[in-house]
Design a protein around this ligand. Structure first.
Ligand code: 26W
Length: 821
């Protein structure tokens, strides 16, 4: 029963069966008659993990023997989702395992539902990190992901009476079969305390940090299997623990209870993911989290480097590149300086030359409220030595600024790492640009705006530092695994190697006018819609018609993403149908999935409004054969995998200039949904790829938004001059959707009128409504629609995360692949 694999672990169906049963008996302590789906899931994981670990061992050996340069992806978030289906696909074991389980009377799809999502991230940035480590392994690149082992990931969302309720997400309650604990690699991390100045011989001033607390970092490794199963990299996540020796004295002195208190404090660090997306809470614990995982990861990297190179620092930046996923791990810059100066006793210039060849920084947002700033006093309390180092980095940098703009204090004030004012602040973005050798935005337009609006002076000082790498998504998870029927159809037309070479999808273009192919393509879409309709019924009790247009907006809830623009349009359609029961439109179901940051009041109000409008419309027999609205609770990776293959329309409607890239836009288009979108982020590049005739673009451009702001934007101009818009907004003040509670939805209206409508919802309403009408018209021509949908799938090659990673390698990381075996 040997197969093509060189692996000593068996791979045939019979062997898989035996292996799963063995684990059922020997790892789970149960048997075929007693086992429930959860036990079958665990036994199957254990059996798959044997192959994963074999690959991991070989990969690590190979990287060690070749002493490879590696990238270290530092990210506070990794939104991994479920791993079983992905690992099976990447190992090439999916079909065999499905059959093996079948013969055991078990359904693979059912047991995969037992796996909790690893939701260790908020949204785009966290999911991007997950797609990137998949591509890094697939491309045989030496890479480690570093992050936090949160006990609770992004909260579980429940909807009660239309409102969001946050519940803890306990993804590890019954253990996680993929992770490996590595107590042999524990790190000690200092915090708080004070700095002592010591005058050494030869005039050197030495600084010694006396920490007030030391916590332990315990690493958990999640293997990351590349497609093809050869390279298996690791994602290393740090869990905080109380350090033994710190509690020892208290414990001996009879302070058992106090010692427990210290445990709690230390263990709080990795307890919970901050659920804020694009707003900085400025909390102590958040900075401690950032330092904790950055410092653990740096120590881990240095330990590995020293094993090969001893105390010779001269090759450090040849072997190590660190990518900072936004500014969240930026404190790694002063931390490396501290290690080099205080510990390795290098002089400043040498230390800085190493440091500034090691770090590169990705910016993911221009929104001012998302740009991290820490009060200097808080920084000093938690990381006193780091603040000193930051001041010194800044002092030297100010000299460089003086050389470029002599005497210009305005520019100095703007570029300084320290923001002056009653409360001095440390600007992590400025620190990141100054301490990195490369800075990138995540889509063409975003990178242009980073250069033009966010960091123009830095761009002037270092014209080659700022660059672009357009985001991407892994086609393994976001097409092959989540849409098996479409994947098989594609295989049959263009061969099965598109998951590794997504440009091959171009080959589908020639079938865009093939009647049979169009029929097959749209049949699969309809089957996926039937599947989703069942799920919707089970989750919400709402019945939806698979022959209606499935119009999908799935992303974090934020005003700039404008879910409320979508809602105004839904209300307008509702009015049109009430006024004219024969109003001509193809039946449409609007589907939403979105979590709001728990402290973001208006975002929560928008969720409430969507749910209340949905309730009314879905129960109104006058219209509900044509219009339905569904808000699916607890949007997460595994739910996205069900919604995306069933979508007809993809809503990408952010105010131009605000969405750095977007990645859901790519996933939906890849699965044959047509975009209704603004010229923002990666939508612009999607439009370039699919052609203007295969996308519904609307709304103000970045330049027009800017011009409108300059001239003075007044939302009342639109409210007063458009009867439909006025009626819809006024409707929010009534109790039509919230019987007995007039005004319950008024905060939305206020934000768009008195509040100034920061995100130009009213300005874009008419244009949006027109784009939607065009989409409706296009859908009615089934043949035309099929052609457009196929061409979307066919033109998504550019957006594979493999291409993004190749861009990083070429422009920033300068890495070589290392083949395993
Ligand atoms: C300080 C709190 C905080 C937390 C997270 C601020 C900002 C963030 C992230 C930058 C939010 C985020 O996920 N941004 C998204 O990143 C994606 C990947 O590059 C982009 O596609 C999205 O456009 C961007 O909003």
């Amino acid at each position: 029963s040997k197969t093509a694999s060189a692996s000593s672990v068996p791979l045939s169906k019979a062997d898989l069966k035996a292996s799963i049963v063995k684990h059922l008996h020997c790892s789970l302590g149960t048997d075929e008659n007693k086992a429930n789906n959860h036990a079958w899931w665990k036994a199957t994981c254990a059996s798959v993990q044997e192959h994963v670990l074999e690959g991991l061992r070989k990969t690590q050996k190979s990287h060690y023997l070749n002493d490879t340069r590696a990238v270290h992806y530092f990210s506070a978030e990794f939104l991994m989702g479920r791993l079983m289906s992905n690992n099976l696909h990447n190992l090439g074991l999916f079909d065999a395992t499905e059959k093996a389980l079948n013969e055991l009377g078990v359904n693979l799809t059912d047991i995969m539902e037992e796996e909790p999502d690893m939701a260790l991230g908020n949204g785009g940035l966290g999911r991007l990190a997950a797609c990137f480590i998949d591509s890094l392994a697939t491309l045989d690149l030496p890479a480690v992901g570093y992050g936090l082992h949160y006990e609770h990931g992004l909260f579980r969302q429940e909807i009660k009476n239309g409102e969001q309720i946050e519940r803890p997400d306990s993804w590890r309650d019954y253990g996680n079969p993929w992770e490996i604990c590595r107590p042999e690699s524990i790190q000690d991390i200092p915090l708080f305390g004070y700095v002592e100045t010591k005058y050494g011989e030869n005039g050197r001033i030495n600084k010694e940090w006396h920490p007030g607390l030391i916590v332990k970092g315990l690493p958990w490794d999640i293997p990351v299997v590349g497609y093809g199963g050869k390279t298996v990299n690791v994602l290393r996540l740090w869990q905080s623990q109380a350090s033994d020796y710190f509690n020892w004295d208290v414990f001996n002195a009879g302070g058992y209870v106090d010692a427990q208190k210290e445990n709690v404090q230390a263990e709080t660090i990795s307890k919970v993911l901050y659920p804020n997306d694009e707003t900085d809470a400025g909390k102590d614990l958040r900075l401690i989290q950032q330092y904790f995982f950055s410092a653990c990861s740096l120590k881990d990297i240095i330990r590995r480097y020293k094993r090969a190179h001893g105390d010779d620092w001269s090759r450090f930046s040849d072997q190590v590149v660190i990518q900072l996923n936004d500014t969240h791990p930026a404190v790694a810059i002063p931390e490396l300086m501290r290690i080099l100066i205080d510990r390795a006793e290098l002089d400043w210039d040498y230390a800085w030359s190493i440091c500034s060849k090691t770090f590169a920084y990705t910016n993911h947002t221009l929104l001012p409220e998302a740009l991290e700033k820490w009060p200097a006093r808080m920084f000093e309390r938690i990381l006193p030595r780091h603040l000193e180092i930051i001041y010194e980095i800044n002092r030297r940098f100010m000299d460089e600024v003086e050389a470029v703009w002599p005497g210009d204090n305005d520019i100095k004030r703007k570029l300084s790492i320290i923001e002056e004012g009653p409360d001095k602040m440390v600007r992590m973005g400025n620190l990141s640009v100054i301490g990195s050798f490369a800075v990138n935005g995540v889509a063409e337009i975003h990178s242009e705006l980073v250069k033009k609006d966010l960091f123009p002076e830095f761009n002037h000082m270092w014209p080659n530092k700022l660059t672009n790498v357009t985001n991407g998504i892994t086609p393994r998870r976001w097409l092959k695994a989540c849409n098996p029927a479409l994947s098989k159809l594609i295989d049959s037309k263009i061969g099965a190697d598109w998951p590794l070479n997504l440009d091959k999808l171009q080959g589908l273009t020639e079938f865009a006018d093939d009647a049979k192919f169009k029929k097959q393509f749209m049949k699969i879409k309809r089957d996926n819609k039937v599947q989703l309709a069942k799920e919707v019924l089970a989750l919400t009790g709402v019945e939806i018609d698979p022959d209606a247009i499935f119009d999908v907006q799935i992303k974090r809830l934020h005003e700039y993403k404008r879910q409320h623009l979508n809602l105004l349009y839904i209300m307008a359609l509702y009015r049109r149908l009430l006024e004219n029961p024969n109003y001509d439109m193809h039946p449409r179901v609007f589907l939403f999935g979105a979590k709001a940051a728990p402290g973001y009041k208006l975002a929560k109000d928008i969720i409430y409004a969507i749910n209340k409008v949905a309730e009314k419309i879905n129960n109104d027999a006058r219209v509900n054969h044509k219009l339905k609205v569904v808000f699916l609770p607890n949007y997460r990776v595994s739910l996205a995998e069900k919604m995306i293959p069933a979508a007809d329309i993809s809503e990408q409607i952010s105010t131009a200039g605000k969405e750095a890239s977007g990645t859901g836009n790519m996933k939906l288009s890849l699965n044959g949904a047509l975009t209704v979108g603004t010229l923002d982020g990666a939508n612009i590049e999607i439009a370039e790829e699919v052609g203007d005739e295969n996308i519904f673009i609307f709304g103000l451009t970045v330049d027009e938004v800017e011009a409108l702001d300059k001239k003075g934007y007044n939302p009342f101009d639109y409210y007063d001059n458009n009867r439909e818009l006025k009626a819809v907004l006024d409707w929010l003040d009534s109790d039509y959707f919230t019987p007995g509670k007039p005004g319950a939805l008024s905060s939305l209206k206020r934000s768009m009128l008195e509040g100034g409508d920061q995100y130009k919802v009213l300005a874009d309403f008419v244009s949006y409504s027109e784009a939607q009408s065009l989409a409706d018209k296009a859908y009615k021509d089934a043949d035309k629609w099929a052609r457009m949908a196929i061409l979307n799938t066919a033109q998504m090659g550019k957006f594979t995360s493999d291409r993004s990673i190749k861009d990083y390698v070429k422009r920033i990381w300068k890495l070589d692949p290392c083949k395993v075996e």
